[in-house]
Design a protein around this ligand. Structure first.
Ligand code: BT5
Length: 311
């Protein structure tokens, strides 16, 4: 190995030690060499980039920043963005100790159990065009899950939840830095519960959340594979959005959504509006028709699906 790589034996040994301390199981035998037995399911850049064919996102290893623990991948990435990190930069972490949902709510992110990932984009669009990016991310996650686990029925609840069997498996938090007319950058944070066991959830979350492991007949799902597939899908959708506008994103979102056609209550800071979710507008807003036939467009809010006929 040393001869092949034109390095010293000591440097091979040091690298092997470093890999072992990162969780790689490597067997060594004198005069024969080393054998790689187990690759840990950590989201190391080297394990992800090999399967990428992206044009904008994570186009080289340096654009994937991996951490064992952060407060929040969104916060870490915003700091990098403020220091001019390029579009397509990714932050992934094994664990978040201050994972965030919308409006400062918490997002449970235990070590090694999920994908806690943030993506930096700098689209040449005005700030008011950004809500569609949450839909883009939700549709990309839904597509990726279909590729990896085709038997699971994943549905998108407007705007940012992915549900399986009515329980939340993924949430998305899009944050931006902008002036009135100018968007500096967007950070799209995606959290997917991958290999959570029941005990990994808090008692409250156990009732409303789920994981791919739990829905997949209690089989572990490779976080590395899912991350690569997701980055490829995000890249494809983003490229499409830049060249053709939001139409195809809206179309994909509609295909996988479980909101349209349902009775809903949309809670905003101003009101709780009840009606039927009738359509999704090109700008990503949800159109809800109230009892009196009045249609309202919602750009933000909390949707509760109201069971119809006890269903
Ligand atoms: C979200 O907020 O759903 C957005 C979650 C975004 C998380 C990602 S992880 C990477 C990036 N870095 C971050 O710090 N955040 C992003 P919201 O719709 O407000 O939902 C929050 C609510 O979901 C909480 O109040 C809990 O009830 C519930 N919740 C918390 N952790 C959960 C989990 N792991 N799975 C399912 N539900 C959870």
């Amino acid at each position: 190995m040393a001869a092949f790589l034109a390095v010293s034996r000591t440097s091979v040994w040091k690298s092997i030690q470093a890999l072992q301390s990162d969780g790689y199981v490597i067997e060594g035998s004198p005069r024969l060499g080393y054998r790689l037995l187990i690759i840990p399911d950590h989201l190391y850049p080297a394990e992800i980039t090999g399967n990428l064919h992206t044009k904008r996102i994570a186009i080289n290893r340096e654009m994937i920043h991996h951490y064992h623990q952060v407060e929040s991948t969104n916060t870490t990435l915003k700091n990098l963005a403020d220091k001019d990190a390029p579009e397509g930069t990714i932050v992934v972490a094994e664990e978040q100790i201050g994972g965030r949902g919308r409006q400062g709510r918490f997002w449970l992110s235990p070590p090694g159990k999920g994908i806690w990932l943030s993506l930096l984009l700098r689209p040449p669009l005005p700030p008011q065009d950004t809500p569609v990016f949450t839909l883009l991310a939700a549709a990309a996650v839904a597509k990726s899950l279909k590729i990896i686990l085709p038997e699971l029925a994943v549905g998108i609840k407007w705007p940012n939840d992915l549900l399986i069997n009515k329980r939340k498996v993924c949430g998305i938090l899009t944050e931006l830095k902008a002036e009135a007319e100018f968007l500096h950058y967007l950070v799209i944070g995606i959290g997917i519960n991958v290999n959570f066991r029941e005990k990994d959830f808090t008692p409250e979350l156990r009732k409303i959340a789920t994981s791919l492991y739990l829905e997949n007949g209690r089989k572990n799902v490779s976080r590395q594979r899912l991350t690569s597939v997701l980055l490829n899908e995000l890249d494809k959708s983003y490229t499409e959005l830049l060249s053709d506008g939001p139409r195809s994103i809206i179309g994909q979102w509609k295909k996988d959504n479980i909101t349209l056609g349902k009775k809903v209550v949309v809670k905003t800071v101003r009101e709780a509006f009840e009606g039927k979710a009738v359509d999704l507008n090109e700008d990503g807003s949800l159109i809800v028709e109230g009892k009196n036939g009045i249609r309202k467009h919602f750009h933000a809010g909390e949707v509760t699906l109201v069971p119809m006929n006890g269903g």
